[in-house]
Design a binder for this molecule. Structure first.
Ligand code: UD1
Length: 427
């Protein structure tokens, strides 16, 4: 298993390209199940999660091919073709490894009239139920059976029917599943209290490119005019706002400056505002965002919230930045109940963080020190890398596979910024 070794104390400076968004890509890929025509996705990040999803799609009889990229390029182009579905079952082994697999339920149900997907269970950041997804399918006429660790959703004779879905919470995954199911349902569907995340807007962009009629995306009320069939499309994945925010925190903790080429500032206002509040200069430049830090990192108070609030996926990275600062910051995690596993590891690096329930109090310290650390999830791993960049001496971050799930060519991007970050095999 690989690990990453960071020699801290180098000031980051330069320009990096921002990759296609993992969280968008993982909801665009299953759209291939909605049509018998080819779907081509451009700007797909090269990530372990994308490879796993590609593998999952082949389980349903989808043919996939990757073309048009050279080894040195960032991003890939993938064409998926689901001429005929040969299976509607997503097995435990694949769903267990990647929770995002649950978004195949909606498109399989809509196209094939049935979907059998292993219940994902909890994960490192908390108990992650799918009851909102299942209620949404029921609102479209589906019958749900849960047995032996699997959920089986069955469409009525004649297929799903448009309906009214009211989500108890603006769940991203449930909104995605509902959108894909509704796109092939007969008649109109309204999704109330829908998630407003940019990745939802990106998904609606693709569904519209495939022939669906959708309005209200980006608001809490989305209207979907379902179609009898959808056609193929070519579509570019949006830039990754979490990757961009992570590199902004990395540059800031070293007192450095970075241009995030391709980042879309309109998608990440809450993150940029938190950085500004921390004393970091943030500027929109042609084709991207420029971030520079030359004074001390100041205290901030932030709660995670559904978009347009501060993203839960940025909480750990912002916390790492605030560790090496002045004043006392207060972070509150409202989305997941167990998302502070990076705290003890950051404290081992000299940080001074206390947690109480969903709140973390970060007392800024003057210096961090390198250590051997490991994390149990993707964003937590990135927070340890960020702390390592500013720490005195060497930091080793174990379990690199977490980072490979969500950051395309991490060490190459850090090398472009002058950081000393090396990947080594642990034998
Ligand atoms: C969440 C994040 C998303 C992030 C992704 C990956 C939010 C609102 N969502 O999306 O931004 O990219 O993780 O880290 O920040 N819930 C239920 N029942 C359900 C579905 C969800 O109770 O059927 C609850 C969850 O337990 C959680 C909340 O709703 O507390 C938000 O979940 P949801 O948005 O669905 O999670 P993801 O789609 O995984």
């Amino acid at each position: 298993m690989d690990k990453i070794i960071i020699e801290g104390g180098k000031r980051l400076s330069g320009t990096i390209p921002i990759s296609g968004a993992k969280n968008a890509a993982l909801t665009l890929l299953p759209c291939a199940l909605l049509t018998d025509e080819p779907l081509t996705l451009r700007n797909l990040p090269r990530l372990a999660d994308i490879d796993s999803f590609q593998h999952l799609m082949t389980q349903f009889g989808v043919s996939t091919s990757i073309a048009g990229t050279r080894p040195g390029d960032f991003g890939r182009v993938m064409t998926l073709e689901a001429t005929r579905l040969t299976s509607t079952t997503a097995p435990y082994d694949l769903v267990r490894k990647m929770r995002a697999s649950i978004v195949v339920l909606g498109p399989l149900l809509a196209r094939a009239g049935e979907a059998i997907v292993s219940l994902p269970g909890g994960c490192a950041i908390g108990n992650r139920p799918i009851d909102f997804h299942l209620k949404a399918f029921e609102a479209l006429g589906a019958t749900i059976e849960v047995a032996n660790g699997y959920v089986r959703a069955i469409a009525p004779d004649g297929g799903l029917k448009g309906g009214k879905i009211t989500l108890p919470f603006p769940s991203v995954g449930a909104t995605e599943n509902a959108l894909m199911a509704a796109s092939l349902a007969q008649g109109d569907t309204v999704i109330e209290n829908a998630a407003r995340e940019p990745e939802i807007v990106d998904l609606c962009g693709l569904l519209c490119a495939m022939g669906c009629e959708i309005s209200g995306q980006g608001t809490s009320r989305i209207l979907v005019h379902g179609q009898n069939r959808l056609h193929g499309a070519t579509y570019k994945v949006m830039p990754d706002r979490i990757e961009a925010g992570s590199f902004a925190c990395a540059a800031a903790i070293t007192g450095g400056e970075v241009t995030l080429q391709g980042a879309a500032s309109g998608d990440m206002e809450a993150t940029l505002q938190a950085l500004r509040d921390a004393g970091v200069a943030v500027e929109e430049v042609k084709g991207g965002i420029h971030v520079a830090a030359d004074g001390p990192i100041r205290e901030v108070t932030v709660s995670t919230a559904p978009y347009p609030g501060f993203p839960t996926d940025m909480q750990a990275q912002l916390m790492a930045l605030l560790c090496k600062g002045v004043g006392t910051s207060v972070l509150t995690e409202t989305i997941f109940e167990n998302r502070y596993m990076h705290v003890p590891e950051l404290n081992r690096m000299g940080a001074n963080i206390e947690t109480s329930g969903r709140t973390a109090i970060v007392h800024g310290v003057e210096k961090l020190t390198g250590a051997e650390v490991m994390a149990t999830d993707l964003r937590a791993s990135m927070s340890l890398v960020i702390a390592g960049l500013a720490a005195e001496g060497e930091t080793q971050v174990h379990r690199l596979y977490h980072l490979d799930r969500g950051y395309e060519r991490l060490e190459e991007k850090f090398a472009l910024l002058g950081a000393q970050v090396e990947r080594v095999g642990e034998g």
